[in-house]
Design a protein around this ligand. Structure first.
Ligand code: SF4
Length: 336
């Protein structure tokens, strides 16, 4: 279903500029944006990503990953096709690098998504798998309805969204996990086709608007796993008030167009965790390497094991009213 897109600037010559994300595509008649979801038809921008999700599933919320937001609960998770990045290592490239019309999809209105979540007895909905920014209008309408029903919404995103649409969404958004892919603009551009600065602005905007935030950094050997780059990233996070924001270092496996390098060595992940903790980040996790048990939550004050996880499953949760059950330290998060 084509819907008029939000955040567009129509030009006198029939071209139209999309203002949704920092790619700011200028589209000729019949041209589609970099994200494969927005098209100029007769001088008006339309989204092709509305009501036609290609993926709808129930997931543990730990899979997003969100570790400090309703741990152990299931969340209805959905995506349409499309993405405004073209990451060489995309794990979901079959759906992210396609147009919604090219792929088999469901037909689900925002009301039907809400009803589906309720039928699965969850009050949580995640926009995930691809890049939710490119199905913004669908996400927004679902999020507004979700809040009317006192449900909560989560965006799992590359953070590549302009400030105005993000601010408009914030009142209807409860949590986000943002990918911070590296901390060097040239590498960012090379890896993703986007720039670093807008992602940092998104992190700040989400924090300023009290959206619960967690950050994921996939460590790719030779791209972003140097001690220097991780040190710079963690220093920026601490200087900008993200010490309490959980940081997930995740293991890379060769995939898609990035098969010329090995999986991330265990020692790189451990080094990154050490650098982050030394910089002052309180909750640092290691993902995609189960035997390290890097998914557990510890009290940053007394080091008591608070939330024990095996993969995406919560085995034990010892938090009491959002506090450490031993020393009473308040643990940042949304626990109940
Ligand atoms: S949302 Fe899509 S069409 Fe719009 S600027 Fe970004 S990549 Fe281009």
């Amino acid at each position: 279903m084509y819907m008029p897109a939000r955040y567009q600037e129509k030009k006198a010559d029939g071209t139209v500029r999309c203002l949704l994300c920092p790619q700011v595509c200028l589209l000729q008649e019949n041209e589609t944006g970099l994200c494969h979801t927005r098209k100029n038809l007769n001088g008006t921008l339309y989204t092709m990503a509305y009501g036609n999700p290609c993926s709808v599933s129930m997931d543990p919320i730990e899979k997003k990953p969100l570790f400090h937001f309703h741990p152990g609960e299931n969340i209805l998770s959905l995506a349409t096709a499309g993405c405004n990045f073209h990451c060489a290592n995309c794990q979901n490239w079959q759906i992210s690098q396609a147009s919604p019309e090219e792929l088999p999809h469901y037909r689900l209105t925002p009301h039907e998504i809400i009803d589906m979540a309720l039928s699965y007895h969850t009050g949580l909905i995640a926009f995930t798998y691809t890049e939710p920014t490119v199905f913004y209008e669908y996400m927004y309408d679902i999020a507004v309805l979700a809040h009317e029903k006192e449900m909560k919404t989560v965006m799992v995103s590359n953070g590549y969204i302009n400030r105005e649409p993000l601010l408009d969404l914030c009142p209807y958004l409860d949590a986000a996990n943002i990918d911070l892919k590296c901390f060097d603009n040239a590498s960012y551009k090379q890896l993703t086709s986007g720039n670093l600065h807008p992602v940092l602005r998104t992190l700040k905007t989400l924090k300023e608007n009290n959206i619960w935030l967690e950050i994921t950094s996939l460590l790719i050997p030779g791209y972003n796993d140097s001690a220097e780059m991780i040190g710079k990233m963690c220093a920026w996070l601490v200087e900008n008030g993200f010490s309490d924001t959980p940081l997930h270092f995740s293991r890379f496996f060769p995939t898609y167009r990035l098969t010329d390098r090995p999986a991330t060595p265990e020692k790189s992940l451990l080094q990154a965790k050490m650098i982050a903790e030394h910089a002052g980040i309180k909750y640092v996790y290691i993902g995609n390497l189960p035997h390290l048990r890097g998914e557990n939550t510890f009290c940053p004050h007394c080091n008591n094991l608070l939330v024990e996880r095996q993969g995406f499953n919560v085995v034990t949760n010892r938090l009491t009213g959002g506090k450490c059950n031993v020393c009473g330290e308040k643990i940042a998060g949304v626990w109940e």
